[in-house]
Design a protein around this ligand. Structure first.
Ligand SMILES: Nc1ncnc2c1ncn2[C@@H]1O[C@H](COP(=O)(O)OP(=O)(O)OP(=O)(O)O)[C@@H](O)[C@H]1O
Ligand SMILES: [Mg+2]
Length: 337
């Protein structure tokens, strides 16, 4: 039983590909966002668990029914085991940082911006059994709060399923201050996969390998380095030059990134636009693409002088921000479950 006088604050960043969690007991963890259940009784004996998470689920995928709880940024209610997966993964994230704790859990969960309302309902349902108080916020708002960027700032979280944009203007951002588009990491993976399939029809690779190439070599703009990777052809390892294909795939998210940034700024109070333009912050795994801050800053020049920077720790910026919110938030903002 949770003790009424003890509180544990937890911040969670629920992501399409990776989720992270941080608590005010100092614990901090992340997992890849996979949940898997044994396919049958033989599989149950092989894996020896009722449910597996993260890389362990992926490694045992042949024995499991595997699910990514967020698809394109939305918890898909009633589809496959998506709802059950959300419930299991949030519970697991809470347990990872609250082992042996008998405190009441106060959790702030960050999710993609545009589907906030749909996700709020699903998360409330999922956590009501073991979370005492809850607030669901948009991911970029959590990042901005964690950095103390409460006004005249714009956070762009380039994740796997979605890129989320949020303008901070000195109050909790509303719907008009946020946008989401689907031009993010998964989209780059699909583009790179198709670029490579076209150039190297005899090479055998899958989308996981392509994602790993991207995470090692992603870039936009001009670079001098060569990019060569080993891909099997007829079972033999062969080196392949993938530089042009990598650049095209990574740059495929730029038009929508530039357009949405410009649009959101243009819709903002004109007196504050110049200040926001000087404080654009990139977060999420996509902020690790080499050169992306410089290219975005250059492209936005036609809208006036801009400054684009990247967060230091894209993996934990969201969950640490959510934790800070949980610690600072007055009682009246919490939803008691
Ligand atoms: N060095 C890198 N270069 C380019 N992309 C990267 C790099 N490292 C990670 N990524 C990509 O970033 C994405 C994961 O980022 P992040 O953890 O912020 O997303 P997420 O929170 O799971 O997704 P979402 O916010 O859309 O729900 C993946 O597509 C991953 O391949
Ligand atoms: Mg994310």
């Amino acid at each position: 039983m949770a003790q009424a006088d003890k509180k544990l604050h937890i911040g969670i960043d629920l992501g399409t590909s990776r989720s992270s969690t941080a608590a005010d007991n100092g614990e901090k963890r992340w997992i890849t966002s996979y949940v898997g259940w044994p396919k049958d009784f033989v599989a149950a004996q092989v894996v020896g668990k009722e449910v597996l998470f993260g890389d362990e689920a992926l490694e045992n995928r042949l024995s499991l029914q595997i699910c990514r709880p967020l698809e394109r940024g939305i918890i898909r209610e009633g589809i496959e085991r998506s709802e059950e997966a959300v419930k299991a993964i949030i519970r697991h994230l809470v347990e990872l940082v609250s082992k042996d704790s008998d405190a009441r859990i106060h959790a702030v969960v960050g999710v993609p911006a545009e589907s906030l309302n749909i996700n709020k309902l699903a998360i409330r349902k999922a956590v009501s059994e073991y979370v005492h108080s809850l607030m669901v916020v948009s991911e970029p708002f959590a990042v901005a709060y964690g950095m103390g960027q409460l006004k005249n700032a714009m956070v762009i979280d380039i994740g796997a399923g979605t890129t989320d944009f949020c303008i901070m203007h000195g109050a909790i951002p509303g719907e008009d201050d946020q946008r989401t588009n689907l031009n993010a990491g998964d989209h780059i993976d699909e583009q790179l996969f198709s670029n490579l399939s076209e150039k190297y029809p005899n090479a055998t690779f899958n989308i996981n390998m392509v994602r790993q190439f991207k995470e090692q070599y992603s870039f936009v703009g001009d670079i001098d380095d060569e990019i060569k990777v080993e891909i099997p052809v007829d079972g033999k390892p062969v080196m392949h030059d993938i530089k042009d294909e990598m650049r095209r795939a990574c740059e495929s998210i730029l038009p929508a990134l530039i357009e949405t940034t410009a649009e959101l700024i243009a819709g903002f109070d004109p007196e504050f636009q110049a200040k926001v333009k000087k404080n654009i912050i990139l977060a999420g795994g996509g902020s690790l693409i080499r050169g992306i801050d410089g290219v975005l800053q250059e492209a936005l020049k036609e809208y006036g002088s801009c400054k684009v920077t990247c967060v230091d720790d894209p993996l934990f910026a969201g969950s640490l921000g959510a934790l800070k919110l949980a610690q600072d938030m007055p009682a009246s903002y919490w939803e008691t479950l």
